[in-house]
Write a protein that binds this ligand. Structure first.
Ligand code: ZN
Length: 498
């Protein structure tokens, strides 16, 4: 085998794997948005078969030989990273059989359906057996992948290369130390900012009209992006020029869908603004979760929570809902969008209490995968943590342990990347504010200037480097979580006049 032959084999196989990925992503988007429930069992079975069909291509001995060959010779920087990641993944996949892959896919999809039903019926018992099975399978699979490593460390590294419990423990210790006292002070001034108008009645059909203006302002263009509605908002990229996002609307919370759209659009831009050279690759176009969340939470919080973000948009919102907003100024609306309140639902949480929601999930996952708890106590433990950290009583499991989709998809180890991503975003925002006038771009409606900045400084790299290296290049410094805690302290002390 020579280099030319090996590369040809590699690219041909990747193209086929990507074809299967496209089919599966399409079916997945369809099933999360419009597919009737009664077809779930049949569809899940068919999807697991499709997944099984991709397995012989992923593990084809010819491909294995080509990757081994390429891994041993000199390649350019991009190809060298692509191949080394492909080799790592291949070694993991080769530990499983086609039947195991198909079974796992089926268990996951069925668990996801059970979760949705359990959440809608507020009945954890529907989901519990599925969750326990997923936890057991995840433990087994993770140990099979890396027999000598701690299971939770492996899971954390899967979602953010280089992360482990030691690093996250230090990170969350800082969060606790810096933010918990501030949250306590803010919660003593609960009526300081009036946000009562946010929860008035906002008919969905009119919210949908505003979504159109919002997408236009953000530059989420229908030529490459599509938005649907689902229970839990998500982004699914079929390719760089076909990125799907979803939102969900609440009649009594006008900012819920606004911020979920901004968040998912942040993910969408990351996929859309990748280097076109990555179209033929699979590893460099698959970014880590922490970096991905840094981009979504960047748009949602560091840009979307600024008053200037609404300069152009707010008059349109007022016009749609005069009965609720005609006497509310832009400044007061913006303040209300930033109110910090201990609340039950992670996706609706404000910037300040948000990392505490993640801390809770991190602590629970750590206990699960280090075998420190009886798994039947999970809802009890969840509720106790919300009481301890946020002082809240969880009225039902739908607002508690069932609120997030992640565990039903076996995304264990994913949650911490939300807090990490938020902290990465703070460091990028600090640099961006030095390099350009963010508020001027926002109030002029020139959102493109901001997404272009993210493209040039972060997004174009895709998965070429890990998060620390990208931060070094973009900000001249390695990751420093103090940018995050300092940002939150300064912002909320000012907002609440503390
Ligand atoms: Zn996200």
């Amino acid at each position: 085998m020579n280099k030319k032959e090996a590369l040809k084999i590699y690219h041909e196989h990747i193209e086929k794997i990507k074809a299967y990925d496209l089919v599966l992503a399409t079916a997945d988007f369809d099933s999360s948005t419009i597919a009737p429930k009664k077809g779930n069992a049949y569809r899940n079975k068919m999807m697991s078969i499709v997944q099984g069909e991709a397995f012989p291509i992923q593990t084809d001995p010819v491909l294995v030989e080509a990757i081994d060959y390429l891994n041993g010779i000199k390649l350019d920087e991009k190809m060298s990273r692509e191949i080394s990641l492909a080799k790592k993944n291949l070694e993991e996949i080769l530990r499983f059989t086609k039947e195991e892959v198909m079974e796992y896919a089926l268990v996951q999809m069925n668990a996801n359906d059970a979760w949705l039903e359990a959440k809608q019926k507020k009945d954890y018992s529907i989901f519990e057996p599925h969750l326990l099975k997923l936890i057991e399978l995840t433990k087994q699979r993770t140990l099979k992948k890396k027999p000598d490593a701690n299971v939770y460390d492996t899971l954390l590294d899967d979602y953010e290369e280089g992360m482990n419990m030691k690093k996250y423990d230090a990170f969350f210790k800082l969060i606790r130390k810096e933010l918990v006292p501030l949250i306590k002070k803010v919660s003593k001034k609960q009526d300081f900012i009036d946000d009562s108008f946010i929860c008035k009645y906002y008919p969905v059909e009119k919210q949908e009209r505003f979504s159109k203006d919002l997408k236009k302002y953000l530059g989420f263009d229908p030529s490459w992006g599509y938005m649907g509605v689902s229970e839990h908002p998500f982004t699914n990229a079929f390719s760089r020029n076909d990125v799907r996002i979803t939102t969900s609307y609440e009649e009594h919370n006008v900012i819920s869908s606004i911020y979920s759209i901004i968040h998912e659009t942040g993910h969408a831009f990351y996929e859309h603004q990748l280097d076109p050279a990555y179209d033929r690759l699979i590893e460099l176009s698959g970014m880590s979760s922490g970096m991905h969340e840094s981009q979504s939470r960047f748009l949602e919080n560091y840009l979307g929570k600024r008053e200037s973000f609404f300069t152009k948009l707010y008059p349109k919102l007022q016009k749609l809902f005069p009965e609720n907003l005609k006497d509310v100024s832009l400044e007061d609306f913006s303040k209300a969008a930033n109110v910090s309140k201990c609340s039950l639902i992670r996706t609706d949480a404000d910037e300040l209490t948000y990392p505490i929601h993640i801390l809770i999930r991190y602590e629970i996952e750590k206990m699960i995968f280090n075998d420190e708890i009886d798994l039947h106590d999970l809802p009890k433990i969840w509720n106790q943590k919300y009481k301890d950290y946020l002082g809240l009583d969880v009225p039902d499991d739908a607002s508690g342990i069932l609120q997030d989709i992640h565990w039903s998809l076996a995304y264990f180890g994913y949650f911490p990347t939300y807090a990490l991503g938020s902290a990465i975003g703070a460091q990028i925002f600090h640099q961006m504010s030095k390099d350009m006038d963010v508020d001027e771009s926002l109030s002029k409606g020139d959102f493109k200037a901001l997404t272009d900045y993210l493209k040039d400084h972060i997004q174009k790299y895709g998965n070429l480097y890990d998060y620390d290296r990208i931060l070094q290049i973009a900000t001249g410094e390695p990751f420093d979580p103090h940018y995050y805690t300092d940002y939150l302290k300064e912002k909320y002390q000012k907002l609440y006049e503390l």
